[in-house]
Design a binder for this molecule. Sequence first.
Ligand code: ZN
Length: 133
Amino acid sequence: MASAEATLRTAMDTGMDLVQISVHAGACAMCVPVQGQVYSISGQTPGFPVLTPEVRTPLHPWCGHRMLPVSPEILRAEGTYEALQKFSVDPDHAVTDVYDYERVERGTFVGRPKAEAIKVSEQFAESRRKKAA
Ligand SMILES: [Zn+2]
């Protein structure tokens, strides 16, 4: 938890208001709905949801998700600002891995229906557990 607090403090100290939740395959049902989304720490950046305690990572013990400060200028320069804004306020779609995420970022995909994303992600986690066993 300390590192999450440090991330938010550093972001705010350097004038950055947006943080993005990292994305990884095999995320749990709790994390799939938030991964890849961009949140406003202060709630002052229009068009992005507020970073409430419910979406601050880590979301559970052993959660591998991190909050990464992102710059709106860089998102605009990359041409991903609008797509990420749309994705971040859409409660019905989610991504299962970086391949999904990259399509969302490019604006060619809105994400998978949330229930499907959770199912695919949990199946991946399960197959990985079987391989490790
Ligand atoms: Zn997580």
